[in-house]
Design a protein around this ligand. Structure first.
Ligand code: GRF
Length: 193
């Protein structure tokens, strides 16, 4: 479990894609009452749009392509230990971390997933929810354990699926809610009040 000391938690964010959740968490971390400070970003994708943003905002980042997963995970975990990282936020991170990496940071890794877990673990959540004619989907912030998208749920937000929704429109609606939900989840587990 993540213990709250009242001091901002040194946080690393892991990304692979656009990094909109990352940008949102960075903005959130700058608020005085935020329980996190973003110390480092790890990207599995050197072409991520987010890299420009990180350079511009002078935020430490490192790129690992995970082609040699064990080696990269060892390097990352050394970096995180050295930097005294207290929390890892996966935000659109498309690589599956090994059990041994997760064990090293047990209870300190969070993920955001674009479905109402335990429904629709894994990829293509929006397509599957629409094909199954679900009335609702949503997003979930959860702790990460060694089973994909199966760790303890911290918080969820329901989003209605309209008849006209396609995966793109649904993903847009849910992403908007993700940006509200991740900070809420962090406050829930880290703030005293
Ligand atoms: C989000 O929907 C996240 O839940 C999913 O991938 C998307 C990433 O978006 N895992 P972004 O990179 O944060 O913009």
């Amino acid at each position: 479990m993540v213990k709250s000391t009242g001091i901002k938690k040194r946080t690393a964010i892991f990304i692979s894609g656009n990094g909109s959740n990352m940008k949102n968490l960075i903005k959130f971390s700058k608020i005085k009452s935020s329980p996190i400070m973003v110390d480092l970003v790890i990207s599995s994708n050197k072409k991520s749009n987010a890299i420009q943003y990180l350079k511009k905002n002078k935020i430490n980042f490192k790129v690992f392509n995970f082609k040699q997963k064990n080696k990269d995970e060892r390097k990352i975990s050394d970096i995180l230990k050295k930097r005294n990282t207290q929390l890892i936020c996966l935000a659109g991170f498309m690589k599956i971390l090994s059990g041994s990496f997760i064990k090293k940071f047990n209870g300190k890794i969070l993920n955001i997933h674009p479905s109402l877990l335990p429904k629709y673990k894994g990829l293509n959540t929006h397509e599957r929810a629409i094909i199954n004619r679900e009335k609702f989907s949503g997003c979930t912030v959860h702790f990460v354990n060694s089973k994909l998208d199966s760790g303890k749920i911290i918080i969820q937000k329901k989003v209605r699926i309209n008849k006209k929704d396609d995966p793109k429109s649904l993903s847009k609606k849910i992403l908007k809610q993700e940006h509200l939900l991740y900070p809420k989840a962090l406050k829930k587990i880290l703030s005293k009040t």
